[in-house]
Design a protein around this ligand. Structure first.
Ligand SMILES: Cc1ccc(CCc2c3nc[nH]c3cc3c(=O)[nH]c(N)nc23)cc1
Length: 373
């Protein structure tokens, strides 16, 4: 364990990179996929199971935890790591994104956002300063700047105005974060799909200086083509020697395309949320276990998968427990999906280190082209 936060780049293959983020709570191998543990739990998973899938770090959420059970209560109980029994690194989002997508009656000013809780209607305020305080109380290892992510589609002026507000909030976040060795503050690039605004945002963040940089404002409905067009230039505006985190991405092919374009870290609710709806990701493509065609199928989800769902259960069984709404259905399908997402990350790390990323990517896409799996 290191006492400090650092990022070591081990190899590159084209724009793709592989390395390690060292933190006092453990190392994070990049490219990294970060499971989402919004309310202090990765739904349907024990923490040791999340680790068993290969995860080095998981995500917590300022918005949800400030409302319930509150950051002050988690702090009194020893912090989020102890509270949720996950002693490895935790990254927390700053809360602004969830306020705009979840909270009621929101008011946005230069100071921050006031809103009503979607849980009990109580009034709350989030500012850069309050977000930094909440993330400090939670004890997260990687703290995100308080930003505003504009809903798309939005006109250029709105995007520019929003980005510039987020840059002023990034300044205030940095000032409020203070000097916290071993902890990192990441800036969040905004600017929508406008190349010049993305560059302006990156320049503003670099002038402030952060331990890592996120590409925000994507995975908000723009579609994969527009996202990749933006990722063809946006990561390159960020420092080479610092981690680059693409927020909220994504499906397996989004993840591969993002790593190919220079992204080091990603998060998405997809593997866990879709597991609860019966959607299963495999190397041969996607299937939904609720489909009647699985009712008598003795095969595992994926013959080549080593997760507990694939080692010990048939599709017929998984179909049965999903249809019966048994709790084990969410457990097994979530575990499988997270395991598969981590397998993609491990494959890419290895391929980048070996200089064979292009071949790995071709094999990844070929395997998924099959029909009914
Ligand atoms: C627990 C948790 C859930 C979700 C997130 C990421 C949430 C998220 C986005 N998700 C999709 N697109 C996103 C864009 C942004 C963004 O621009 N800024 C911030 N702060 N978060 C984003 C972080 C933590």
């Amino acid at each position: 364990m290191s006492e400090r936060f650092s990022f070591d780049l081990h190899a590159r293959d084209g724009k793709a990179r592989t390395g390690v983020i060292q933190t006092p709570r453990g190392a994070v191998r990049t490219p990294a996929f970060m499971p989402v543990g919004t309310a202090a739990t990765v739904k349907a998973m024990m923490p040791e199971s999340v680790r068993a899938t290969g995860a080095d770090i998981l995500l917590g959420n300022t918005y949800h935890l400030m409302l319930r059970p509150t950051a002050e209560r988690i702090d009194r109980l020893g912090g989020l790591h102890k509270f949720m029994n996950w002693e490895r690194p935790i990254l927390t989002d700053s809360g602004g994104f969830q306020v705009m997508s979840l909270a009621g009656l929101r008011k946005l000013t230069e100071k921050g956002v006031t809103f009503k809780s979607h849980i009990d209607g109580s009034k709350h305020e989030l500012t850069p300063e309050r977000s930094m305080e909440i993330q400090r109380l939670l004890g997260s290892d990687i703290v995100m700047c308080f930003d505003e992510c504009p809903a798309l589609p939005a006109d250029r002026d709105r995007i520019a105005e929003s980005m510039r507000l987020s840059m002023r909030w990034a300044e205030r976040s940095r000032a409020a974060f203070g000097d916290r060795p071993g902890h990192a503050l990441f800036g969040i690039m905004q600017g929508g799909l406008e190349q010049d605004l993305r560059e302006e945002s990156a320049e503003a963040l670099k002038a402030i200086g952060f331990e890592g940089y996120a590409v925000g404002g994507l995975a908000v409905g723009e579609g994969q083509e527009a996202m990749f067009d933006c990722l063809d230039y946006a990561p390159g505006f960020l420092p080479e020697d610092k981690p680059r985190y693409l927020m909220g991405v994504g499906k397996p092919d989004d993840i591969v395309g993002a790593v190919k374009r220079g992204i080091d870290m990603m998060d998405c609710v997809l593997p866990s949320r879709s597991g609860r709806t019966g959607q299963v990701f495999t190397r041969h493509g996607v299937l939904n276990i609720k489909n009647a065609r699985h009712i008598d199928d003795p095969r595992p989800l994926d013959e080549a998968c080593t997760c507990p769902a694939c080692r010990n259960f048939s599709r017929a069984y998984l179909h049965h427990v999903f249809r019966s709404q048994e709790i084990i259905s969410s457990m097994l399908l979530t575990w499988h999906n997270l395991h598969y997402f981590q397998e993609i990350m491990a494959g890419m790390r290895e391929a980048i280190a070996a200089g064979t990323f292009a071949a790995w990517e071709a094999d990844f896409h070929a395997g998924r082209a099959q029909g009914d799996i």
